[in-house]
Design a protein. Structure first.
Ligand SMILES: Nc1ncnc2c1ncn2[C@@H]1O[C@H](COP(=O)(O)OP(=O)(O)OP(=O)(O)O)[C@@H](O)[C@H]1O
Ligand SMILES: Nc1ncnc2c1ncn2[C@@H]1O[C@H](COP(=O)(O)OP(=O)(O)OP(=O)(O)O)[C@@H](O)[C@H]1O
Ligand SMILES: [Mg+2]
Ligand SMILES: [Mg+2]
Lengths: 230, 235, 365, 365, 230
């Protein structure tokens, strides 16, 4: 794309990579947490629920700061993980972590709503046919909530594509490594006359996210039709 | 005395501590009420461009003031360079001081594979000045791939404070109150373009705005700024 | 294997409190709408945890509040046919049918899928999803799904209610076969007296959550005190051998030397069949009648007369073919002077022995 | 008012193509599972837009593809009782029942709610929500909801399938009353031959989306060519006056000078009732039988003999009480030498006239 | 609350006011748009869907900038509305507008999922009982999606409480008028020694948002139970 400079191009590719992995890795956790919140009654439930929503409520900068304190090289979790070779600080993986955490509440909510819409009577039917709980989940619940998972995943992806505050605070902006599209947009907006360049990048991210949304509509509708049984 | 007026000031966020105190003093002394909206200079400048009801603008850099001047949104006669600042190299609590900040300084060795935290080097003033200083000493080319850029200088400070980055370049005023970092070197004034915080009144403002602008240049106000680590322009 | 059930459970509006032993075969839960039938079945399935009780199949205890035992539903090896189908909407009919098989233990007895599919007439639906099925089609698939799960215990909650008579007549023998061949206990809820009479080994009559009567089918059903529609279902079951098929469309059966005519049935000569003769279809005469359109007249001896509060009486008559029940009015009984030990004739219309009352196989008793 | 239906619609597996006029009263759609009954009802309701066709109640055209007319469902003034209930889960039973009334036009004829509630036996459920109801309870509420919507056209898709016999017997008269008193056309889907025989003014027999037979109930049902379970439902309807209640629990009816005994019915002496006598319950004799337990013997003349492909024949006999149908074997018919114009006796067991076959009111014809 | 300074206190009150109105005013639109997206097929549907999601995808600063360009006193819509006396720029109403727009996609998604979970067969039943479409919606669909609307509303409220980037860009950070909690947090974080004050405000906003979430769980569960019919 001659339209984008090499640095912008690499920011786009990085944003895609970050958002993709943020979504893919956090989705299973999202499904698990959504299921726990939807179907189980346990003492820590309100706390878990609150925790999940925290990134939504907090200004992103605060989330980024908390991430830095926790997952930074000196942070309690970060230093532990560093011993097994997992480093987030200043890596694209950190950007993915930040994006994933910011997108998490959105995914969980979408998936949770779709789980709550599954008639427990069908799950009971699965149990009477000999399927243990986890397999009932895999064979009945999961396929039925697929549209919700797809919707939640794409929503998370879109959110991850737009995430900025937490990412830059946590992993800063290193061209080629952690400089995502929104960071680039932000940088352009800081200097007088940077608007056209920013606009160009904004259009790129809109196109990408809209593409994802359209895709999710199509895939989601097909999945829903499958579930509705037509 | 003229009736009490309300003055709305748009100011760079880094001025908050000092300006809050000065505005309170001015309010007590004059009877006018000063309200300050703190945000990034670029945001404020755009808002003023698009008709924000501000009366005074305190910018963290010259470019945005120039833009407003060109647009005719400020009264050029009132524009002053209100404050200055200096650039420092910071490190963790155990970092050794730099003996001579100059071309011979082996910044890469001091980073030891870690990152140098700075504000965005092409967009945010502190980053722009820092990059200029490093270029001045011929260090930029070597270090540029090790720089971690943040959206504002406070975030760069936080990277060093949290230990994520061993070194960072920030304003002296920022480094002052953070216990987890220490200044290990100072960039001489000549190594980068002068760091200036210009101030000006927006066109068609109330007289009280000019009064406050004058008050900002008075001794009482200047003392507060100095106390917060700012310098006076031209120093 | 027999099923033993003992349950008590408080519902907002009702106190459920039943205990019964279901001998091998089909135990029918019978009772008015809202009397607690589905609740009992759910408790046996483990979908409802009753306040107290014990359920066991043979020695295998499914739950027992006293001993704190509780098997989750998936370990109870059930074949539960739900009142509302509950097909998996995201799976095709084929996959719905296969579902139970995915979890059945290795080596479990498996029904032949193709046979079940053919019996239920759902072969042409295999690749559809449930949303596109009609009400009866759904229920047939649900039956198939339960049967193919290699169950140790079959629970059927009004499985045939949504089906047409012809289809019912096709599927009933299958339940009979299950009852007769497999030693799996079957707990069966129905409102249909014909189904009760045809299938039930024993009957539990429920009222407001209590078992008001419980015992062998014929006994419970011939009890006029069992309110809901029971009386119409009283009938006797005879074993007979197919003797010949006649050109005029009739089949001649032979039982203990007596001959019975009924509309053509598909069994081959020499095969043994089980026929139910509803008590209300039988007319008694005190001398051999002639000039009647009824072809079947069996001679016998009155074994007993049992009358309830209503105008009717159930007369049991021992014939060479077996015991036959007749439901007549007390007035007729008196008019004919019936009493125990008396000789009499039972008149049965040929066409009154309908296909749905003919079982293909015989209980091995 | 009569309902006229003409529909053609392609389904993936089937071509629906029917046209019939339903005279005032109950038109029963009869046919195997999957034959298209629900599809037709949905098209009449406006829930399915068929490829082509026309539906009208009297002059009131609900839709007509040729003239491009299409009334949306809510303007069709329906009372649709769905096969699966479809109660509103967020409303109490009371609110579910009231729902239709909220939208009924002012001045529309309204059923008395309390009467409907009592008839359906749902008074104690009024404050519950549907999730806590049993299967039969749900269906009863669904019936009530439809009836209370002041409908101009009632659609009932197997409304009684989930109910027990006793409840069916209680609710059937209500449909009869609707049929007889209100001029609302009723399109009724059922698998139950008893319901067909009892309710149907006319019957549409469906097979694979086509109407294979269509006409007055007795005619269609006595046609042995109408495959599914039709024959067992053949029967004649007599009008009779309650003569006396006897101490032994029997009620004596009088019809055209003939007297009939049956188990006690609740009607007062002097009232007129309508009874159905199933053809298969009738035995014919060529001379007056005696020594039989059957109390009802009516003398008459053979009007006609009609035999199909099977072994049976339907004999119509004109008695003083009215025409009676008897289903006997062709063999018996020959043995008795029956032919048109011959005198004969129809023997009917007292207990064979079951409560569900007794209608409380009479068609005004 | 002696714990909070007067300015902080006023930021809290303003945040509550802004979030409340942002939620209340946008909720009906949210329900409408969600219904349209869930149940209608119309040509502009993908575009509407994309538009709704835009605020989620764009970096908030960009959204704020676009709002400023559009609804500012000189913007095309802003100048028009100013003629009828409606001003958003640099007023708390503008903060509410920004918060509402940022929260909108979340609300719409939550509500849309719950609409899609309503069995159209029940709506058909309503129609056969004589209810025209809008009344079917009011008497059947709406009560059944109430849990989704509550969930969506509270989610929107929480999001609005945390909204920062778009707000500060659109209506600046004027104490008592447009300074919401997150803006105040931002300002504190920009100066040396501001962290304790920022932390205090973060805790306040967490408490408020968690309270809202807990409330939504309780209310939502009650509504769901009502709908499920227990
Ligand atoms: N939306 C649909 N798409 C495709 N096929 C359908 C659809 N709805 C119904 N069918 C098929 O059309 C046929 C007629 O269905 P319908 O529901 O009208 O049957 P029915 O006569 O009411 O049966 P039942 O007595 O079992 O309720 C069935 O074979 C069914 O599988
Ligand atoms: N979860 C529940 N909470 C409260 N009451 C319930 C619940 N489930 C069922 N009931 C009530 O308990 C009674 C028994 O219900 P159940 O479903 O067992 O009846 P049933 O005998 O199966 O009736 P049907 O023949 O109509 O299906 C009914 O009155 C019903 O309303
Ligand atoms: Mg039940
Ligand atoms: Mg149907």
């Amino acid at each position: 794309m001659g339209w984008l400079g090499p640095e912008e191009w690499s920011a786009l590719m990085l944003s895609l990579r970050v958002s993709f992995w943020a979504t893919v890795v956090s989705l299973p956790f999202g499904v698990f947490v959504a299921y726990a919140l939807a179907r189980w009654r346990f003492p820590g439930r309100p706390i878990l629920n609150g925790l999940v929503h925290l990134p939504l409520i907090l200004p992103p900068v605060v989330t980024g700061y908390l991430l830095l304190m926790t997952f930074g090289t000196q942070g309690p979790v970060g230093s532990l993980l560093a011993q097994v070779g997992i480093v987030f600080a200043f890596r694209w993986t950190g950007a993915a972590l930040a994006a994933g955490i910011m997108a998490f509440p959105l995914m969980v909510r979408a998936i949770r709503l779709s789980i709550e819409a599954v008639d427990p009577k069908l799950e009971q039917a699965g149990a009477t046919l000999g399927a243990p709980r986890p397999l009932v989940f895999l064979t009945v619940t999961l396929p039925m909530i697929l549209p919700g998972i797809i919707a939640g995943g794409i929503l998370g992806f879109a959110k991850a594509m737009g995430e900025f505050g937490a990412t830059i605070t946590f992993v800063s902006n290193i061209p080629g490594q952690t400089q995502t599209l929104p960071s680039a947009v932000y940088a352009f907006l800081q200097v007088p006359g940077g608007e056209p360049a920013a606009l160009r990048l904004v259009i790129v991210s809109i196109v990408v996210a809209m593409g994802a949304l359209l895709l999710s509509e199509v895939v989601g509708r097909r999945a829903a039709a499958r579930v509705a049984g037509t | 005395r003229a009736s009490a007026d309300e003055v709305l000031v748009f100011a760079a966020a880094s001025l908050k501590t000092a300006l809050d105190r000065i505005a309170a003093e001015f309010g007590a002394a004059s009877g006018h009420e000063v309200t300050v909206s703190y945000a990034g200079s670029s945001v404020l400048a755009r808002q003023i461009q698009l008709g924000a009801p501000a009366h005074l603008f305190l910018s963290a850099n010259r470019e945005w003031m120039d833009v407003l001047e060109a647009d005719g949104r400020i009264d050029p006669g009132t524009r002053v360079d209100l404050l200055g600042n200096s650039l420092v190299l910071i490190g963790g609590p155990n970092a050794d001081p730099v003996e001579t900040m100059g071309p011979g300084f082996d910044l890469m060795a001091r980073l030891g594979g870690g990152r140098l935290a700075m504000a965005l080097v092409d967009a945010v003033p502190a980053g722009i000045y820092g990059k200029a200083a490093l270029e001045h000493f011929g260090l930029w080319a070597k270090v540029k791939d090790s720089v971690a850029q943040t959206d504002n200088v406070r975030a760069a400070l936080a990277l060093v404070a949290s230990g994520a980055a061993p070194l960072g370049i920030v304003y002296a005023s920022d480094a002052m109150a953070e216990g987890r970092v220490q200044v290990i070197g100072r960039f001489p004034a000549g190594s980068h373009p002068p760091i200036v915080y210009p101030a000006a009144a927006i066109v068609n403002g109330p007289a009280a705005a000019l009064e406050f602008l004058a008050f900002l240049q008075g001794d009482a106000a200047q003392d507060v700024f100095l106390e917060q680590g700012f310098t006076l322009p031209g120093e | 294997m027999s099923l033993s059930v003992k349950l008590s459970h408080r519902l907002p509006d009702m106190e459920l409190d039943v205990a019964f032993d279901a001998p091998p075969g089909v135990t029918v839960l019978f009772g008015r709408s809202g009397s607690g039938k589905t609740t009992i079945v759910n408790a046996v399935a483990g979908l409802l945890r009753p306040d107290a009780g014990r359920v066991a199949v043979g020695d295998w205890v499914l739950f027992d509040t006293e001993r704190g035992r509780w098997l989750p539903p998936h370990r109870r090896r059930l074949g539960y046919i739900f009142q509302e189908g509950r097909l998996f909407p995201h799976l095709t009919v084929r996959q719905n049918l296969a579902y139970g098989g995915w979890f059945a233990p290795r080596g479990a007895h498996r029904e032949n899928r193709d046979k079940v599919v053919e019996m239920l007439g759902i072969g042409h639906l295999l690749d559809r999803r449930p949303a596109l099925l009609s009400g009866g089609e759904k229920q047939r698939v649900a039956i198939g799904r339960a049967l193919l799960a290699s169950p140790q215990l079959i629970l059927a909650d009004e499985p045939l209610a949504a089906l047409d008579d012809a289809r019912k007549a096709e599927i009933l023998p299958y339940f009979e076969r299950l009852r007769d061949e497999v030693s799996v206990p079957i707990l069966y809820v129905t409102h249909s007296a014909a189904e009760v009479a045809r299938l039930a080994t024993s009957v539990v009559a429920l009222q407001d959550g209590k078992a008001v009567r419980h015992g062998p089918a014929a006994e419970v059903l011939s009890d006029p005190a069992v309110a809901p529609a029971g009386v119409r279902a009283v009938g006797a079951v005879l074993q007979a051998r197919v003797h010949a098929h006649h050109a005029d469309g009739l089949t001649e059966l032979e039982a203990g030397g007596d001959h019975l005519f009924l509309p053509r049935i598909p069994h081959r000569p020499g095969e043994t069949v089980r026929i139910r003769i509803a008590a209300q279809e039988v007319i008694l005469a005190n001398r051999k009648p002639d000039g009647l359109s009824a072809l079947n007249v069996l001679q016998g001896t009155v074994l007993g007369i049992r009358s309830g509060e209503g105008p009717g009486a159930i007369v049991s008559v021992q014939t060479r073919a077996g015991m036959i029940l007749a439901r007549i009015t007390r007035r007729s009984s008196e008019a004919l002077g019936l009493r125990q030990g008396m000789k009499c004739h039972a008149v049965i219309k040929t066409v009154a022995i309908a296909p749905e009352d003919i079982g293909g196989r015989v209980i091995d008793t």
